[in-house]
Design a protein around this ligand. Sequence first.
Ligand code: ATR
Length: 276
Amino acid sequence: MGITAATRIVAVIGHPVTHSLSPAIHNAAFDELGVDCRMVAFEVAPGKGKAAIAAMSTLGIAGFAVTTPLKAEVAAAVDVVDEASRSLDSANTVVLRDDGSRFGASTDGTGFVASLLAAGRELDGARVVVLGAGAASRSIVHALGETAAERITIVNRTAATADVAAALAPQAEVGTVDAVQEADLLVNTTTVGMGDPDASPIGDTDLLHSSLTVADIVYHPLDTRLLRDARAAGATTIDGLGMLVEQARLQQQLWIGDAGDASTMRAAAQAELARR
Ligand code: ATR
């Protein structure tokens, strides 16, 4: 679809932003939906989030996605945020409304939960182990806290950050990796495995079992060592594009009131990864 004077623009901002899959994913959805909207990427230096928002408002940009390391400063700079953004001090999505107001939201955690449901993984009564306690973990723990999951055990190398993550959900506690034996769902939010097909956050593969669903938010490589080990143990697996696509679909709902087809968006992400 071409760009005309009437085309609505949304953006993704980050530092660095050139690795972002968001333009490929969103533009594939806009094409498929027949919506006259395009996403472009802007490199925005840390500390310049507020200025970037003002510039985008001036230009009539409809909204934008936010990647690392700007999520906290964007959450602080907008007028209103949703409950997740407020709890996490993080916004990955902004809507620049026609009346000039700026609304911030966090779709990372809810996107993750949506990816579980899309894969048929129900959470009622589930015992969940979350590996890692960084920003991605916090958004996922917060969203899992709003489900009927029974227990969320957070396992992290650094104890202090695990405590911070555990405070975000009523069912959450800090624990050890042994909890995987009793778990229904294991989520890797650590960066272990990113860019390294041989690295896994679970060294002892005997902990993995066939009644487990294993979700890895790492998508480079897409088939991580953890997911391969999980399949070998008979577990069900969900790769990192699940969350990426579903959080993007929630962003589209906020910007255009509609969302693209998940498989179309996933294919666009895979094509972009293959092109690199
Ligand atoms: P993100 O924003 O993607 O969540 P992050 O905030 O840097 O990234 O968090 C990275 C997570 O991976 C943290 O939980 C980190 O553990 P620490 O809190 O102990 O730093 C975890 N992590 C990174 N490298 C790790 C490694 N080699 N072994 C175990 N955990 C690791």
